[in-house]
Every structure is written in structure tokens, then in C-alpha cells.
Design a protein around this ligand. Structure first.
Ligand code: ZN
Ligand code: ZN
Length: 435
């Protein structure tokens, strides 16, 4: 049944493609994409295919691995690709890999999934709960890998019909470790023309997707500040130089960068998430530390915030007769640029999504000051990033990303697989003539 459905619908699709390329009819183009997306989705929802998707996702969920430690996850992906007869480049960026399906000729189009989990203890009681203490797939990257493997299986079934090449990126280290940066640095996507990525979204119902053209997620940087004072007895403060007071004033002063120095119509964030200093109520310590993150929507804001955070912390320390150093850790924690959806790529994926799910189920997304390392791809080539819904009646109420209660409606798996595959196939069909 599975093979029959996809073969028949895709045969019809490719017949339409040849008619449409001569007639340029928008109506026919809509019909052809609908045939394609229906064929792909029905195949991925076939009992055997869907069962395989769930088994893969649950296995990855049970054995979560942190950034750049995704050795078993990578092995599982390679085993699945081997059994599908799909070739891949490995290792890419330590634990990652890039699979190739199609003719090998241009156009080259890329699909991306991230593989890493988080240092969170899962609190969801279910049969396939994480078996690794203190680690959990709480951002849905287990579903991302599975949807991309699903797309690999769909694409492989029509590999001789692909009008170019699809590169499937299984990427390590998204959670703060800039895995995408390392994939690009390895040259694994050199020659790729455009890229598409998906992220599961617990705030959206299953069967919907959402995105927006232009900037969609913020860029992000981090800093660690150390304030050096002079310790002593808390009862004779005048013999000390109190770094705790300097730290308190510095944190307060940092709030003014956004409230007083930023155009109210532009979005920036400066947040402190870590403070360490002092061990006893009657001792003024020698040194204290604090660390934070800052978010921005363009490169100028990044430079501005970086400079002002340093100035404010150093100056506030000096006011209190202390000294400060501010480390932006750019060598080890590479700042994320802004994620920008190329308007043409956005429109392409939106149209495919509307064919697959219906116009009403493709929603406009608000911008968020969250960051995502898909941004590195979006700086390098036309890219688009979509959110895909994973909420149903049983996964309510809403449990946000990175929550120990995070749950996924697995009905998303065939939808994501079909969407990935359809975006790639139609991209190749639309770009092959320009070669
Ligand atoms: Zn995350
Ligand atoms: Zn994520």
C-alpha cells in the first residue's frame, strides 16, 4: 500500500511538473504540489512507516546525549542510513554527519536536524522515559532527527526522480555550542544553494506550522564578570573594598542599557542568570562573579551591547574601589548571529506547507529573543526556519522547551518527514532549469 500510494501520486506529480513547466499555470502548480505532499504524507503515515518513526524517536529519547557527545545517536542514524542504502559523510563536526540523496548534480539543497539533549532530569512518567540520569531530550531534537530520517526514507524511495541532490545534515551541539558553525567550518555544506530547518513547538497544535520572513530569532552572546575587592570582617567594612556591593550596583546599572540607551522600538535583552560570591554572613569576600546573556537583532547591537556591558561593569567596580574583568568567552562559546529567513525561501516553504496542511494551518510566527544556531546557516546561504506544532489534547497544558515535563505528540513525526521531503523536492524541481 505504502509503495503503491507514493509511486502513483508521485508519477502523477512528475507528469504535472512537465506540463506546468511549459504552461507556467499557477493553478496546475498548486495541484502538482498537493499531489506530491499528499503522496509523501500518506506514505509516512502508513502503519509500518509510522511505527518505524516512533521506534527511532523513542530509542533516541531513551538515550539522550549532550552537545558534542552524540556518539550513540550518530551511530543510530548511520545504522538507519546504512539499512536504507544512503551514503553519508562522517564525522562532520566531531559527531555529526551529512547524508546525500539524489543525482549528485546541482542544485544542492540541504535539510537540517540537531541531535543533542539537555542536562535535565526527565519528570514525565512514560514507557520511554530517559534512561540516562540527569539528561533529557527536552527541546525535541529527538523528533528532529527522526523527522529527517523519515525524509531520508521518503527521498530515497524516489531517488531516481530527484532533479538534483539533497544533503541531510545531522548536526551536533545546538544547545549553546554552535554546532552549525562547526559543520560549516568543516566545509560539509560547501556548494549547497539553500537550507531548510524545523523546530518542534509545544505552543502550536499538531498539524500546524509557523514562521515569518526576515529576522525570526535573536542573536545571542554571553559574558562572565569577575569583581576583585578586598575581603575582611563585615563589622568593619571601611577596612575592606566590598565586591558584593560593586556587583549589586553593576547588575542594577546594566538594566539601564536596555531601558535608557536602546530605541524602545528595537528589541534588546541583558539578563544576569548567575551570581556567586561570599560564604558567610559576617565576611566580606575578596572576589565575586556573575554571568549573563545578551540578545540582539543586528550586528551593530551586538557590538554596542558588548562594549557597554564591559564599560558599565568596569566603571561600577571602580566607583566602589574594586576592579573588574569581563570575559565574553567568544573563543569557546561562539556568539550566535540573528536567524534570518530569506523571503524567497520562506515563501517557498510556506507554499509547500499550505499544500500539505491547508492554508489555515500555516500561521504567522511572532519574533522571539530566543536564539538558535540555525542562524549560522542563514548567514551563509538562503535559509528558512519553521516551527512545527506538537500539542494535542493529551500534551496539554503547555510545557515549554527545556522543561522536565516536555512532551511531544508523535503524530508530528510523519508530518515533519513529509514537509522536509516536499520542501526539498519542490526546491530542486524549481531550480534545476536555472543550471
Ligand atoms: Zn533547546
Ligand atoms: Zn532546540
Amino acid at each position: 500500500m505504502e509503495r503503491f500510494t507514493i509511486t502513483l501520486l508521485l508519477a502523477l506529480y512528475y507528469q504535472f511538473v512537465s506540463i506546468c513547466s511549459s504552461s507556467q499555470s499557477h493553478h496546475l502548480r498548486g495541484l502538482e504540489t498537493e499531489l506530491l505532499t499528499r503522496g509523501l504524507l500518506e506514505s509516512a503515515r502508513d502503519a509500518e512507516f509510522f511505527g518505524w518513526l516512533k521506534r527511532v524517536r523513542r530509542r533516541i529519547h531513551e538515550y539522550p546525549e549532550l552537545s558534542f557527545e552524540e556518539y550513540e545517536t550518530s551511530q543510530l542514524i548511520r545504522n538507519e542510513l546504512d539499512s536504507l542504502g544512503i551514503k553519508y559523510q562522517w564525522p562532520v563536526a566531531e559527531t555529526g554527519l551529512v547524508a546525500t540523496i539524489g543525482s549528485g548534480a546541482q542544485p544542492w539543497f540541504s535539510l537540517r536536524a540537531d541531535m543533542d539533549a539537555l542536562p535535565i532530569q526527565e519528570l514525565v512518567e512514560w514507557e520511554h522515559k530517559s534512561k540516562i540520569n540527569g539528561k533529557m531530550h527536552a527541546c525535541g531534537h529527538d523528533a528532529h532527527v527522526t523527522m529527517l530520517l523519515g525524509a531520508a526514507k521518503l527521498l530515497k524511495s524516489i531517488t531516481d526522480k530527484l532533479k538534483g541532490t539533497v544533503k541531510l545534515v545531522f548536526q551536533p551541539g545546538e544547545e549553546g555550542h554552535a554546532g552549525a558553525y562547526h559543520v560549516l567550518k568543516d566545509g560539509a555544506l560547501d556548494g549547497v544553494q539553500a537550507i531548510f530547518g524545523l523546530h518542534v513547538a509545544p505552543n502550536l497544535p499538531t498539524g500546524t506550522i509557523s514562521s515569518r520572513p526576515g529576522p525570526i530569532m535573536a542573536g545571542s552572546g554571553r559574558f562572565l564578570a569577575i569583581i576583585q575587592g578586598k575581603g575582611g570582617h563585615a563589622a568593619i567594612p571601611h577596612t575592606t573594598r566590598d565586591p558584593i556591593l560593586a556587583l549589586s550596583m553593576a547588575i542594577l546599572a546594566l538594566q539601564q542599557i536596555v531601558s535608557r540607551e536602546t530605541d524602545p522600538l528595537e528589541a534588546r535583552v541583558v539578563s544576569i542568570g548567575y551570581v556567586e560570591g561570599g560564604k558567610a554572613e559576617n565576611v566580606i569576600p575578596e572576589t565575586v562573579k556573575f554571568a549573563g546573556t545578551f540578545r540582539f537583532l543586528n550586528a551593530e547591537s551586538y557590538s554596542y551591547l558588548r562594549q557597554r556591558i564591559k564599560e558599565v561593569v568596569e566603571t561600577q567596580a571602580a566607583v566602589h574601589r574594586c576592579t573588574a574583568t569581563v570575559d565574553f568567552m567568544e573563543e569557546t562559546v561562539i556568539p550566535y548571529p540573528v536567524t534570518i529567513n530569506n523571503p524567497v525561501m520562506y515563501e517557498h516553504a510556506k507554499n509547500v506547507g499550505e499544500s500539505l496542511l491547508g492554508e489555515n494551518n500555516v500561521l504567522p510566527a511572532p519574533m522571539t529573543m530566543g536564539a538558535e544556531d540555525f542562524s549560522f546557516y542563514s548567514q551563509k546561504m538562503p535559509a528558512t526556519f519553521f516551527m512545527i506544532g506538537i500539542r494535542n489534547e493529551t500534551t496539554k497544558p503547555f510545557k515549554a522547551w527545556h522543561s522536565p515535563h516536555f512532551i511531544i505528540d508523535e503524530d508530528v513525526l510523519p508530518i515533519g518527514a513529509a514537509l522536509h521531503a516536499a520542501v526539498a523536492i519542490t526546491y530542486l524541481d524549481g531550480h534545476v532549469k536555472n543550471q
